[in-house]
Design a protein around this ligand. Sequence first.
Ligand code: HEC
Length: 135
Amino acid sequence: MSRRLPAKHVLMVFLASLLAPAVAAAEPGDAARGRKIYEQAECTQCHGLSGRGDGPVGLSLEKIDKSPGDWSNPAEAFKLDTDKDGQTGTRHDLRNVIVRGALVFGGSQMMGPTPGLSDDDLDDLVAFIGSLAAN
Ligand code: HEC
């Protein structure tokens, strides 16, 4: 009996090590690719490369309309609950705002819709935006 315990223990550790990458993979998207799309789509004009709302247009927006927000602080930055699940800034919310713009969700018209992005593009963009959070 006691001889079998270590084997069980090894099995548990083995199973845990199998599960760990599965958990890590639950958030889809490639942040490095997302950054390229972000630059190509000129999100930087308003949001800045660091996502702090400090692009050339973003800085003047603060004075005339809503600020693009500071994504290094996601709890404060994301305001739109696009799917009305009681939470803002979820992966689904960010995707919705990027595709359809903020206006239809009660936000700023300056955050316009971005057509033509694939499902992967959206995952990658959201992964990039998530990577900007200060830990
Ligand atoms: C012309 C300026 C401008 C450009 C360009 C722009 N945005 Fe925005 N964005 C804004 C503003 C302003 C807000 C704040 C909206 C609000 O609070 O109503 C915003 C908000 C957001 C939000 C947060 C929504 C929330 O929940 O509060 C995301 C995500 C976002 N933008 C992604 C993008 C991406 C990705 C691009 C490029 C494809 C982009 N934006 C391009 C101005 C811009």
